[in-house]
Design a protein around this ligand. Structure first.
Ligand SMILES: *Cc1c(COP(=O)(O)O)cnc(C)c1O
Length: 390
């Protein structure tokens, strides 16, 4: 038997210790509705409050703000819409370059494009999987140029004003170090916290560090509203503006239908918010299950040489949204064979996203050198992560 076969056998054996064959086919992250979900959704149907107005939206927003420790949460139709408006609130303008990791889900880059701005890709850290503050500082030292109060990319002439760190799979970015670099270059932080509800850094919930942040409640996220998202901020003016822009910028009046800006129809329907309220009630219990599942993976992979389970980084509490392993560089060539064997066995596993700068619409975007993101992409696999597997 070749050495490469051994690593495949060992990984399959480790995953099987956590997810035995009796489980049948398992997905990457499947939602469960074992709380008051049907009661709340039926309440919407029975009362007729299914659409853009209703008490569940207010209640869901209040639950999100309280849980994450921010002042304002504004629910939206999905996380991408939340990111789009969050970027506008941060002051992103057409022609700007917005710094963001190359290693992220497509929504981060697309939201930047919706603003008429250009993504500018930076590298990630191997242990946290998020933006590397030291590599960012080095890159900015090379390309950033100050003119008056603002910073520009000296190579393209575009303004650099905003950065979007993303807390990959629910592991917090090294956000304090990042804030330090951002302060030096006048960068506003918009957190893509779509994957990190329930994760915190030094006791502060992810989404509480940036001027604005975005959450997602898509069907595969830690809690779901079917489809949905939220904008978080502790700035009162931005909170009001977020609500205004996501509700067609309608001016409040007893009967007149008037608008004072190009707004968006991004408001989360009450029906979806009802689902969200019931899911939020269960979030603490689900987070416990996620930790228990991660602990079982950690134990199972402890004896496997050449594989690192991506565990909670320093000073952080991860939500373990998607469990991940990194193959040692010498085993990277076995990644696809491993994906084949695991998926054939009914264990849904996935590689990392194709890096943003390798996608056809983003190949010509400005970027830093990305050696770590590229190495992670070749070696990472996501493992079945549904909380009920714990
Ligand atoms: C899920 C996700 C989003 C938002 O996705 P929606 O499907 O629009 O809710 C944004 N960024 C990242 C990193 C995500 O994983």
């Amino acid at each position: 038997m070749s050495e490469e076969m051994t690593i495949i056998d060992e990984v399959v054996r480790a995953v099987r210790k956590v997810v035995p064959a009796e489980r049948g086919r398992v997905g990457l992250h499947e939602p469960t509705f074992v709380g008051r979900e049907s009661e709340y959704v039926l309440d919407c149907l029975n009362t007729g409050w299914v659409s853009s107005v209703g008490a569940y939206v207010d209640r869901f927003e209040a639950m999100l703000a309280e849980y994450t420790g921010v002042e304002y949460a504004v629910a939206t139709v999905n996380g991408t819409a939340a990111l789009h408006v969050a970027l506008l609130l941060a002051g992103v303008e057409a022609g700007d370059e917005v710094l963001m990791p190359a290693l992220t889900f497509i929504a981060t880059a697309n939201a930047v494009s919706y603003c008429g701005a250009v993504p500018h890709f930076v590298d990630s850290e191997e242990d946290r999987l998020g933006i590397d503050p030291a590599a960012l500082a080095e890159h900015l030292g090379r390309i950033a140029e100050r003119r008056g109060e603002r910073w520009y990319n000296r190579e393209t002439g575009a303004r650099l004003g905003t950065i979007v760190p993303m807390h990959t799979f629910g592991h917090p970015v090294d956000i304090i170090a990042l804030q330090d670099v951002c302060a030096r270059y006048g960068l506003v932080i918009v957190e893509d916290a779509a994957e990190s509800l329930g994760a915190s850094y030094r006791g502060v919930h992810t989404g509480g560090f940036g001027r604005v942040a975005a959450l997602s409640f898509n069907g595969n996220k830690i809690i779901t509203t079917g489809g949905g998202g939220a904008i978080l901020t502790s700035d009162a003016a931005l909170g009001r503006r977020a609500k205004h822009l996501t509700t067609t910028a309608r001016v409040t009046h007893r009967w007149a239908v008037t608008h004072d800006a190009v707004g968006y129809n991004y408001r989360l329907p009450n029906l979806n918010a009802a689902l969200g309220c019931a899911q939020m009630e269960r979030l603490p219990a689900m987070l416990e299950q996620k930790r228990a599942l991660a602990a079982r993976y950690i134990a199972a992979f402890a004896e496997v040489d050449g594989v690192r389970f991506v565990a909670e980084p320093a000073d952080s509490r991860s939500n373990y949204w998607l469990n991940a392993i990194l193959l040692a560089p010498e085993h990277a060539g076995q990644r696809d064979a491993l994906l084949q064997v695991l998926n054939d066995a009914g264990l849904m596993t996935r590689p990392c996203w194709t890096l943003m700068h390798q996608l056809p619409m983003y190949t010509s975007c400005p970027r830093a050198s990305l050696p770590v993101a590229e190495a992670i992409e070749r070696r990472l696999l996501n493992l079945p992560s549904s909380p009920f597997l714990a």
